[in-house]
Design a protein around this ligand. Structure first.
Ligand SMILES: Cc1cc2nc3c(=O)[nH]c(=O)nc-3n(C[C@H](O)[C@H](O)[C@H](O)COP(=O)(O)OP(=O)(O)OC[C@H]3O[C@@H](n4cnc5c(N)ncnc54)[C@H](O)[C@@H]3O)c2cc1C
Length: 391
């Protein structure tokens, strides 16, 4: 291992690994080191994610980010192929369905128009079509839904491994230590230090530390408004299996979702609205029994007879000011970049974030998608950006 690198990426999850891969893939000829504290990725948001990819957002930039992601995920296994050994994103395009009642219908309709204008593969479905799509679902309280036919879900671990392995082949180096310090001299990045005492000099640092973004930000004296917030997911085995594939369904509250997992089991979850920030990886069985299961079985009555197989808790990196990502230069420190605060959609945005951050670093401006609305500077100017379709 060298002691001098051009770029150090802190955090080797899907965002950091995509940035590193895109840099080398786009022709960056300097040295890149990704520093990752947990090679097992046991607690990374990436591996604990539900793997959903959708074009259905309210912000044009979020729609474009996912559209770019879709174009990559549709060919991911070939793009990340290593000498005839394909990657394993396991991307299943079974669609995404947002259910609508009187209350959320105006929002769904409005955002549908925005998505359509950007070429998204979405359609507004009347209740009859919802019944045809999911015959087992109760629709009494619904007035329709929005279906994204290009959307779907994938294997987050397979995507992460794809980026890591291809990046390494192309020359990205990984160091499995924890960054504990960032050296800044006269407002300029000088290097980083790790828990093992390793000192690395570099001119550019990218903070891609996921739910630890604000901890890493503080190492450079920057206060990032990103909190770790627990999200739980569950897999249950329903007695009655469907002979069709479920899309990823979002219920009318915008909090509960469910989709098929392998063997026609069901993956589900429901955000707790007032979950307090913290590094809490405990999953709560009672929350499934008392809240999630009753609601999902009310929507699909045959789910009433089922066995809980497993559950887990992972962390969203939540931007507490406007809920959206923070991308690009961070503060007035030369050489300090960030790609953090992705809440529940960082996995699907990772291909585009990697590409766009690579462009920003190499060419000084975005080329593929203009992400300046997500700049750190918006917190100073007050130009906050809100996403209505957060799950
Ligand atoms: C339950 C759940 C469901 C989700 N569902 C979806 C979904 O359906 N679709 C979607 O697009 N997104 C989803 N997400 C969100 C998505 O998983 C994240 O936005 C995305 O994985 C963020 O990737 P990341 O690389 O920023 O973070 P991470 O994967 O957490 O990676 C950050 C890495 O930084 C490392 N690190 C931190 N600090 C240091 C340090 N000081 N030194 C070295 N390494 C460090 C960590 O070990 C970690 O591996 C979900 C998340 C959860 C928790």
């Amino acid at each position: 291992m060298k002691k001098i690198y051009d770029i150090v990426v802190i955090g080797g999850g899907v965002i950091g690994s995509s940035i590193a891969y895109n840099l080398v893939n786009d022709g960056f000829d300097g040295n890149i080191l990704v520093i990752e504290k947990d090679p097992s990725y046991q607690f990374a948001s990436t591996t604990l994610s539900a793997g959903g990819v959708r074009e259905q957002f309210s912000l044009p930039e979020n729609i474009r980010l996912s559209q770019y992601g879709l174009s990559i995920f549709e060919n991911f296994d070939e793009i990340m192929d290593l000498d005839g050994d394909p990657a394993h994103a396991e991307f299943k395009q079974h669609g995404y369905l947002f259910l609508a009642n009187e209350k959320n219908w105006p929002m769904i309709r409005k955002n549908y128009e925005i998505q359509k204008a950007l070429g998204a593969h979405v359609s507004l479905l009347p209740v009859d079509d919802l019944r045809k799509l999911i015959p087992h679902m109760l629709t009494d309280d619904l007035i329709g839904g929005c279906f994204g036919s290009r959307d779907g879900y994938l294997d987050p671990y397979g995507v992460l491994q794809g980026y890591i392995k291809k990046g390494k082949i192309l020359g990205v180096e990984y160091l499995y230590e924890e960054v504990t310090g960032i050296e800044v001299t006269r407002k300029k990045i000088e290097g980083v230090t790790t828990d093992k005492g390793t000192q690395i000099r570099c001119g550019i640092v990218v903070n891609a530390a996921g739910p630890y973004a604000s901890v890493v930000g503080k190492m450079a004296g920057i206060d990032l408004p990103v909190d770790p917030v627990r999200k739980m997911a569950y897999v249950f085995d329903p007695k009655i299996k469907f002979d069709y594939d479920l899309p990823l369904v979002i219920d009318t509250d915008g909090l509960l979702y469910f989709r098929h997992e392998s063997g026609k089991t069901i993956l589900t979850g429901k955000s707790i609205h007032d979950e307090q920030p913290g590094y809490n990886f405990e999953w709560d069985r009672d929350y499934f029994m008392d809240v999630v299961w009753p609601q999902v079985a009310e929507r699909v009555p045959t789910f009433d007879t089922a066995k809980l197989i497993r559950g887990w808790a992972g962390l969203y990196a939540m931007n507490r000011l406007d809920g959206n990502a923070i991308i690009g230069h961070i503060g007035d420190i030369q050489g300090l970049y960030g790609a953090v605060g992705f809440s529940g959609h960082g996995l699907q945005q990772s291909p585009a974030i990697g590409k766009c951050v690579s462009e920003l670093i190499q060419f000084g401006k975005y080329q593929t998608i203009d992400l300046s609305c997500f700049s750190f500077g918006r917190f100073k100017t007050g130009k906050l950006v809100f996403e209505e379709e957060m799950v």
